[in-house]
Design a protein around this ligand. Structure first.
Ligand SMILES: Cc1ncc(COP(=O)(O)O)c(C=O)c1O
Length: 412
């Protein structure tokens, strides 16, 4: 379970100090929460984001892959985070709606630094994106190719394809974006791909990129599935052998539970290189989670500790509406106290605490953050930190029950 009471998720900047204080980005979370003026509070560690990007780039460079990295801002669009990425020249942006493009532009990104890949686009959407000079556009349907040209767009496009097989965290079907068993809405399948190319040619659009994204959260055990995805892509590539870029999407996961090992990035990059390293195309990647998820925590305050029918319920002042991904995709969530009393770290490390259900403040049965979670004694008024909340947390939030408020802070 633990080594010298080092918890599996602890690392530089994240963990408990000798006095039992939880630190994020090396800073005391309780103090940050007090100073922020409000809880729920999302905290993001800028240095971790930067480190994650550097690690990814290194792996691609070590595999001799010419590449470009676009951060999938759907995972977290907090403006200070995007502005930090721009000002430090860390990456471009992957945007999936016209409003996301505008936000990226507000944070300083040029059109040519933004790769746009969206689905079910209206003519208004298409009109809006064509206003941004240099924007890289990947079309995911024949309809959008046709309508883009009809609106007067001329030039180059990428085509989002559907490789017909998917991938996801721990083989979680809900996270697969492509699959043969049941067709998904994403991208153009191989049987329609020649027609899409013909259409683009007919209306004068040059296809200079191939794009796919087959699912989210994969770790090393899923790399054989990625291999299958890449193999399927070869048939598409054979029809457009001279594309300038192959965008392999995002989907790189992070450990969510102790038994998850971190993704072997070198192995991942080697897999990419084996399939696409011999083409002239540049490799583009657009991860969200890998960059921001483990850089963020959500701090909530306990307001209720009560036994109900033999179970200990811990009620907190935020609900699944401000962090819906775990319930939505049935993903595990690590929740830890912001302060540990004497000897409580060993209780946490050995999972020997009281088993509790952590419940949000929304009137929905699904509003449970964790069940059967072993925690040291928790009291009303304590703070809890939901780890790995930097991706698909705030960005997926809603105002359900009019409880949509939270604060965010980037620590740099
Ligand atoms: C087209 C596309 N690219 C990139 C991403 C980012 O995925 P992840 O955050 O899993 O890396 C997504 C997420 O759904 C996506 O749909």
């Amino acid at each position: 379970m633990s080594n010298n009471n080092v918890l599996w998720w602890e690392r530089d900047g994240l963990g408990y100090d000798g006095d039992g204080r939880l630190l994020v980005a090396g800073r005391d979370v309780a103090t940050l929460a007090r100073a922020s003026g409000g809880i729920p509070l999302y905290l993001y560690d800028g240095a971790r984001v930067e480190g994650n990007i550097a690690r990814l780039r290194n792996a691609l460079s070590n595999a001799q892959l010419r590449h470009r990295l676009f951060y999938a801002m759907k995972s977290n669009r907090f403006m200070p985070l995007l502005s930090m990425m721009k000002s430090r020249g860390l990456c471009g942006i992957d945007a999936c709606s016209p409003r996301e493009v505008v936000r990226a532009r507000q944070c300083g990104f040029e059109g040519s630094e933004i790769s746009f890949t969206a689905t079910s686009l209206s003519n208004d959407d298409l009109r809006a994106i064509t206003c941004h000079q240099g924007l890289i556009i990947n079309c995911d349907s024949l309809s959008s190719i046709r309508r883009l040209a009809a609106l007067g767009y001329c030039g180059r496009i990428g085509i989002r394809i559907n490789p017909g097989t998917g991938i996801g965290y721990s083989d979680n079907d809900r996270l697969r974006y492509a699959g043969a068993e049941k067709p998904t809405k994403f991208g153009i399948y191989l049987e329609e791909f020649p027609a899409a190319l013909e259409l683009a040619k007919e209306i004068g659009l040059e296809v200079n990129g191939l794009h796919f994204h087959a699912g989210c959260g994969f770790l090393t055990p899923q790399l054989d599935q990625l291999e299958r995805v890449f193999t399927r892509v070869q048939a598409f590539l054979a029809l457009v052998p001279n594309v300038e870029y192959i965008d392999i999407g995002g989907g790189l996961g992070i450990p969510l539970v102790e038994s998850d090992a971190p993704l072997d990035l070198e192995l991942w990059a080697a897999t990419v290189a084996r399939h696409f390293g011999n083409t002239e195309a540049e490799i583009w990647v657009e991860p969200g989670d890998y960059i921001g998820k483990d850089a963020g925590v959500l701090v909530l305050q306990v307001n209720t500790v009560e036994q109900k029918s033999g179970h200990t319920f811990v009620g907190v002042n935020g609900g699944f509406n401000i962090h819906i991904e775990p319930a939505f995709y049935d993903l595990p969530l690590e929740i830890v106290p912001v302060r540990l009393g004497p000897n409580q770290k060993s209780v946490l490390a050995s999972s020997s605490g009281t088993r509790v259900t952590v419940a949000g403040n929304i009137n929905e049965a699904l509003d449970i953050f964790a069940e059967d979670l072993p925690l040291p004694t928790i009291r009303e008024g304590d703070l809890l930190a939901l780890l790995n909340s930097g991706g698909y947390g705030s960005s997926m939030s809603s105002n359900h029950c009019m409880r949509g408020e939270y604060l965010e802070q980037l620590i740099i």
